[in-house]
Each structure stands twice: as structure tokens, then as C-alpha cells.
Design a protein. Structure first.
Length: 762
């Protein structure tokens, strides 16, 4: 064991020395944010758009936490349940993401084998194959994990069923659907309800595990009913067509003809639950074509369902769900009172409600006879920075107080009728030089919302991507704003150096520049001639270069990217990925002591880094990394960087298509250096730890104090951060009882340095 630990230490030491370890050691941080009141919890969780809910015990404390999955970018958002004065409080805990496999489209957590650990039912991970993949949950070394179930003889390792003609095939569920996975017939195992591949009727796939004597540890399916409940969903009306009696199937025929209507399945969501404690399951349906939920009441029995009545505006006894578009519903205890509640969300990826998109209905009666009372439309999102769709952040000192503020543009908040609601929003930094605190002071900064379309007009401008730079070289920061039509707003700052910003009215078509669609500018001196140039990302994925051919104080730009010295394919960058047709580039230029680096986000969620951007004028830029800091924040990323806590290291904010932001501390210095080995301070000069080895409590003591805030991070032998907290005292203790035995590295960041110690945990 000691030999292995020594080997691990040598490996980690080499990583420290080569900067590889710290080059990827980007840490999350959560500076306080105030939006119309006290600090907003979970502010930096990244927003929600098209989410699905399940419950699971993530931290193994015996209480059900919240698993949220967003179709937009296939993002996992774990929330740990904390009780605050008897009330449930959820804390965003992204460190639990790594417990899960890659997920996409839809995910439901269910305990199929009744071992007390949730399992994963998810859309197929096999490209081009629709079906259900299952991952079995397990606990090992006090950690939750999952392993994929394999089905010998089945090509794709998906749930399957036998065909009447012989052979077998995968149990079909479309990517845009959400099935019901529940004990439909009351025999103790999990069945599946899903729509027929052609739509219209619901199929029941019965789990035969119990019947065949395998208990709950096996998944064996047969198609038991190809018209469950006798209902037919036409897709042209929210009202379901019902069968006249149990055992029949409602089939709608063409007027005056004997042939049934043949409709292609457009998309549906299913939730099964027993609302009247009579063994049979009711069904709540959402449909791509409608904004309401339909409750299908079951008048049958456990053996045979018969939907004989419906509520097409469920719950009609309270505020009906009206959620554009394509609603889905989930049944789980959201407020930790022991009663399962109802939550309705949007299931559509490409449009619809993007802020008030999580409707919470509290169960005010019982689990046997639930009654749902509307509470709010913005469950969880009320605790986040969420700009609807899209978030384009920039750090800049707006009020000249020496602190970097945060300006954020968005693509749009959803407005019914086809309108758009794009804005710039200003978060002033009202903290200190070392402890930022962001306060929303203007939710339509500079009044740019007036340019967005109204009345469904197609002539408006939206999707605002801001960039600051001293274009006219008068000592203050001017503003360019990219937008949906591919042009640039220009707002000249006439305040002068060192003064709070004061802008002229915006020019809507700066220098005649037009890149086609969804422009996103960056300002910097690319050709090193002393004049600020412009890079513009766009929807198509290339990066456009516009050279400043003017003079100091009089910027001038040609509007044609095909005419030199301008370039349409700067650095030969192509941001399209996975054979996609769009790139949505969002460039950020960072000038360091000896070079300019280009950071750029794209539609697939990359955070690319190209060093020495000036080389892009004459050659293909070399991609340093596709995911800076190993960060993935979701689709259509945009990033901002700045030293906001005076530690000479850059902080980073990342926006995404879900309309939210995430905040990170990087190890990239303001000089462009990766800070690691060259700033390690000798152990004896800074702090002590004891005992070492340690089992439960680790004590620390600093030999000298200074004014820099300290932060302790603990990494295991594989480079994974397992603990992080601020140290507010010169001496104290840390509870490490939850760590596994082995080798760890303790890293203290103290403003100007990183100090590293090794620790053996018994």
C-alpha cells in the first residue's frame, strides 16, 4: 500500500510541475447575488428550460434529494435537500454529476429491483436507435454509482420484447417523448406505457419478472396491450377519443370512410398515478400540439384499464396548466412533507416558455387521494440567475468604482404570440475588492429592449451579445452589441476616462457590418498596429475579422468580409461540431503581457482556447483545448473573464442556452500564466497540518496572517477535488471522516500563492 501511495505522489508531483493538473483545476465559486432582495440561493446553477424531475438520495443521508435533467444540452442538475426551519431547501450540488453516465433526451429514476437505490431508465445511448437503456444503481465505498444493464443476445442492450412472428425487438420510445415507467398492473414490478411508433394509441409493456419467479431483479417484457385504456389521441384536439366499454379501442375514422385516420406521432409525455386509491392507474398526458395537460381517468381495474372520462384542462379545479409548449408532468415530494406533489414543465427543446417553465402544485390532501393546489410557476428558477434563453456575460466597470460589474445580454424571454424580449441587464458589483457581491440594478440597461419585435413582427432585433472596448481610443469603454440580424449596435461612451459610463443613442448598423445572423463581437488589437480591431462570431460557425483601417481616435472598418484586409474565416476556425450546420460562435479576446488569446464558445457547449490569436491573420490557429478547464455548461456557451477578487487570477462566468450563468475561479493569471509550481510556497513558511496520517479530524495552523482570503481545496490521488471551503481563521480543524483511505493533496490558495501539502487519510 505504501509503495502505491508513493507512486501516486510521484505522479501528482509531476503533474504539478508540468502545470497539467492545475491547467484543468478550475473551481466553482458562488459569490452572492441579489435580485430584488436578499441573496439569491443557487444563483449560479445555470438556468432551467426543458426539465425533468426525479428523486434520489444523492449524498446517502436517507433523505430524497432532487435530480433535475434539462433536455437543453442534456444537462444534469443535482440538488441536495437541506431542511431549514422545517422547510425544504435545495442546494445546487454539481459535484454529483460525475456519478451519472452520459444522458440525453429523457431520464427517469426508478428503483426497479427494490434495493432502496434508484436506477436509471433513459433514452438509448446508441445513435439512431430509439429505446430504453437501463443503468442499475449501486453503492460502493459510500458513493453512489451506476452500471449499464446488458442483455445477452440483444444487439443494442436495450429493453426488448418478443414479436408474435418470432424474434425480438427493442421496446420503442421516441427521443421527444417521456414514457410512464410504473407498476401499472399492481403486481410489484415496473411496467412501461408508451405511445405506438405511429402515434394514436398507448401500448402497455408488462414486466414478467414476478410472474416468472425472478423477483424484482430482472426486466422481462411482453407487449400486453396495444391500445391501453382504449384511448386514441388524434393530435388534432386535446380531447382524447374514448372507447365505449372496457376492452374496446377507440379508433377514429375518416368522415364517410371505413379507413382509420393514420397520424404520425408528434410527441407526447405520460405520467401514471393512482388518484383514487382503487389500484388502477390514471394517466396525465402532454402533447406537442397543446399547452395543457389532460387527465385520463381510469374506470377499469388492475387487470384491464378503461379510460372513461377526462379533464382536458387539468387541474380544472385549480389553475390549469398552461405551459407553452409541450408540457410534461412528474409526481414526487418537492417540499419534504411526506406527500407527493405535482410539477409540470416544458418538454420542448426549440422554443416555448423558458422562465416560468416549472409549475409547482402542492399536494394538500394525501398520497392515496392527492389534491393539487397551485403554488408557483418558477420553482427553482426563482432562486437562479435565469434570462430565459441565452446568456452572454461581460465583466466591465460600469460605474467607475474600481470593481468589475457584470453586464449580461440574453437571446430572449419567451412571450406568447411570437414576440421577443431581449435585453441587457446590469449587475453592479457592490462588494469589495476581494469579495464581490452582484446586485441587479437595471433589468433593461440602456433600453435596448425597445428594438425587439412586438406583435409577432419579424422585423425586430433580438439576441443581444455585448462587447466592450475603446474603439475611439479616448480612454473609455465603448459598446458593440451583436444580435439576431447579424449586424452590430454601436454605443459610443462619451464619459471620458475614469468616469461612470455615459453612452450616445445606439447606431443600429455599425460600419455596415453584417455577418448574416446571430453576431457576437469581440474587440482587440489583433494585428498589433495599435488600433482596436473586431472579431465577430456568427450562427454559421466561422469567425469574421474586421481590421481597423482608421487612425487613433477615428476608427474605420470595411463592411465586406471578402475584401482584404478583412477575413471571413479568421484562423480557419470552424465551430460546427458533430456534422452540425450551426456554430453560434461567441469570441472573447484576452490580452496578456506577451500575447492575445482567443476564447470562444459554440452551439455544442465548447469553451475553446486558441493562443496567440494574432497568428490567425496568416495561418490556421492551433486549438489548445476544446473545453477550457474541462467545463461543460450546456449548449451555446459564452464566457467572460476578469480578476474580480484582487488575487491576480482570472475568474470566469459562463452563459448558456438555458439562460443561466455558472461562476468559476481559474488558475490563469492576469499575465497569462498557468499558476501552479512556480508559485508554490515552502511548507514551513506558511502553515502546518496535524496529525498526518489522520483519520477523522485534520487540524491546521498558519504561522503568519495576511489580508488575503484563504481557500482550502483537497484533491485525491487522481486529481479530483473532494473538498473545498474558505478558511476564515488562522487555526482550526476540518472533518475528513467522509474521505476514503488513501493519499490526498491539500492546496491552500491565499491570494498570491498556492501552497500544497500531502496527507495520508487512514
Amino acid at each position: 500500500m505504501i509503495k502505491n501511495l508513493c507512486s501516486a505522489f510521484v505522479t501528482l508531483a509531476a503533474l504539478f510541475a508540468s502545470h497539467t493538473f492545475f491547467a484543468q483545476a478550475v473551481e466553482r465559486n458562488y459569490p452572492p447575488v441579489e435580485i430584488g432582495g436578499p441573496s439569491t440561493p443557487n444563483a449560479w446553477a445555470g438556468g432551467l428550460n426543458a426539465v425533468q424531475f426525479s428523486e434520489i438520495d444523492l449524498n446517502l443521508d436517507g433523505k430524497m434529494d432532487l435530480f433535475v435533467f434539462d433536455r437543453i444540452g442534456n444537462m444534469i442538475l443535482p440538488f441536495i435537500l437541506e431542511e431549514d426551519g422545517g422547510e425544504a431547501r435545495y442546494v445546487f450540488s454539481p459535484e454529483y454529476r460525475e456519478n451519472f453516465p452520459d444522458l440525453k433526451y429523457w431520464v427517469l429514476l426508478r428503483d426497479y429491483n427494490k434495493d432502496g437505490i434508484m436506477d436509471i431508465f433513459m433514452y438509448s445511448g446508441t445513435p439512431g436507435v430509439s429505446g430504453i437503456e437501463v443503468h442499475k444503481g449501486f453503492i460502493e465505498n459510500n458513493r453512489l454509482g451506476f452500471t449499464k444493464l446488458l442483455f445477452p443476445g440483444q444487439t443494442f442492450d436495450l429493453l426488448y420484447y418478443p414479436l408474435n412472428s418470432g424474434g425480438r425487438t427493442n421496446l420503442y420510445v421516441a427521443a421527444f417523448d417521456i414514457p410512464a415507467i410504473d407498476d401499472i398492473d399492481g403486481d410489484g414490478d415496473l411496467d412501461v406505457l408508451t405511445f405506438n411508433v405511429a402515434g394514436g394509441t398507448i401500448e402497455l409493456y408488462d414486466n414478467q419478472s414476478i410472474e416468472r419467479g425472478f423477483g424484482n431483479d430482472t426486466l422481462i417484457y411482453i407487449k400486453k396491450d396495444d391500445c391501453w385504456g382504449g384511448v386514441f389521441e388524434s393530435g388534432v384536439s386535446p380531447e382524447l377519443d374514448l372507447a365505449d366499454r372496457i376492452g374496446d379501442c377507440a379508433v377514429i375514422r375518416q368522415p364517410g370512410q371505413n379507413t382509420p385516420i393514420s397520424l404520425r406521432h408528434t410527441g407526447s409525455t405520460l405520467l401514471s398515478l393512482d388518484l383514487d386509491n382503487d389500484c388502477d392507474k390514471e394517466l396525465i398526458l402532454g402533447d406537442l400540439a397543446f399547452d395543457h395537460l389532460v387527465l385520463a381517468r381510469n374506470g377499469g381495474n388492475c387487470d384491464r384499464a378503461w379510460i372513461n372520462s377526462q379533464d382536458t384542462f387539468f387541474p380544472s379545479y385549480d389553475l390549469s396548466v398552461n405551459l407553452a409548449s409541450f408540457p410534461a408532468s412528474f409526481f414526487l415530494d418537492l417540499d419534504n412533507d411526506g406527500l407527493k406533489d405535482l410539477v409540470a414543465t416544458k418538454n420542448f427543446e426549440n422554443g416555448g416558455e423558458d422562465y416560468d417553465a416549472v409549475w409547482f402544485y402542492k399536494n394538500v390532501q394525501s398520497n392515496e387521494f392527492p389534491v393539487f393546489e397551485f403554488v408557483q410557476k418558477n420553482f427553482l428558477t426563482e432562486q437562479m440567475i435565469d434570462f430565459g434563453t441565452g446568456a452572454y456575460p461581460v465583466f466591465v466597470d460600469v460605474n467607475a468604482d474600481g470593481l468589475l460589474d457584470l453586464v449580461v445580454g440574453n437571446e430572449s424571454y419567451y412571450v406568447r404570440g411570437g414576440d421577443k424580449d431581449s435585453r441587457l441587464q446590469l449587475f453592479e458589483n457592490q462588494g469589495s475588492a476581494t469579495q464581490p457581491r452582484f446586485v441587479l440594478t437595471d433589468n433593461d440597461w440602456l433600453n435596448l429592449k425597445r428594438f425587439t419585435p412586438a406583435g409577432g413582427s419579424s422585423n425586430g432585433i433580438w439576441s443581444f451579445a455585448p462587447a466592450f472596448g475603446d474603439l475611439d481610443q479616448d480612454g473609455d469603454q465603448d459598446l458593440l452589441v451583436g444580435n439576431s440580424d447579424g449586424k452590430l449596435f454601436y454605443l459610443e461612451n462619451i464619459a471620458g476616462a475614469g468616469n461612470p459610463f455615459a453612452f450616445t443613442d445606439p447606431s443600429q448598423h455599425f460600419s455596415g457590418i453584417d455577418v448574416g445572423g446571430f453576431s457576437a463581437p469581440a474587440i482587440g488589437d489583433i494585428n498589433l498596429d495599435g488600433l482596436p480591431d473586431i472579431l465577430v462570431g456568427e450562427q454559421n460557425g466561422n469567425v469574421n475579422y474586421f481590421e481597423n483601417t482608421g487612425t487613433p481616435g477615428f476608427p474605420q472598418f470595411g463592411n465586406s468580409v471578402s475584401t482584404a484586409p478583412n477575413q471571413q474565416e479568421f484562423g480557419k476556425i470552424d465551430l460546427r461540431e458533430n456534422f452540425g450546420q450551426t456554430g453560434y460562435g461567441t469570441p472573447l479576446l484576452m490580452r496578456f503581457e506577451d500575447r492575445t488569446d482567443l476564447f470562444i464558445g459554440n452551439d455544442e457547449g465548447a469553451l475553446r482556447l486558441y493562443k496567440n490569436a494574432e497568428n490567425g491573420l496568416t495561418e490556421t490557429l492551433t486549438l489548445e483545448t476544446n473545453y477550457f478547464g474541462n467545463i461543460f455548461s450546456g449548449r451555446r456557451t459564452a464566457m467572460a473573464m476578469g480578476d474580480i477578487d484582487a488575487d491576480e487570477l482570472l475568474e470566469m462566468v459562463v452563459g448558456n442556452l438555458r439562460g443561466g450563468l455558472e461562476f468559476f475561479e481559474t488558475n490563469l493569471s492576469v499575465r497569462g500564466e498557468i499558476v501552479s509550481n512556480n508559485t508554490i510556497v515552502p511548507e514551513s513558511e506558511t502553515w502546518k497540518i496535524f496529525p498526518n496520517p489522520a483519520s477523522r479530524f485534520l487540524f491546521f495552523e498558519f504561522e503568519k496572517s495576511d489580508n488575503h482570503p484563504r481557500r482550502l481545496n483537497i484533491f485525491n490521488a487522481f486529481g479530483k477535488m473532494v473538498y473545498s471551503d474558505n478558511l476564515t481563521e488562522d487555526a482550526g480543524q476540518v472533518d475528513i471522516s467522509g474521505l476514503e483511505s488513501g493519499l490526498y493533496f491539500l492546496v491552500v490558495r491565499d491570494g498570491k500563492y498556492n501552497s500544497v501539502k500531502k496527507l495520508i487519510k487512514n
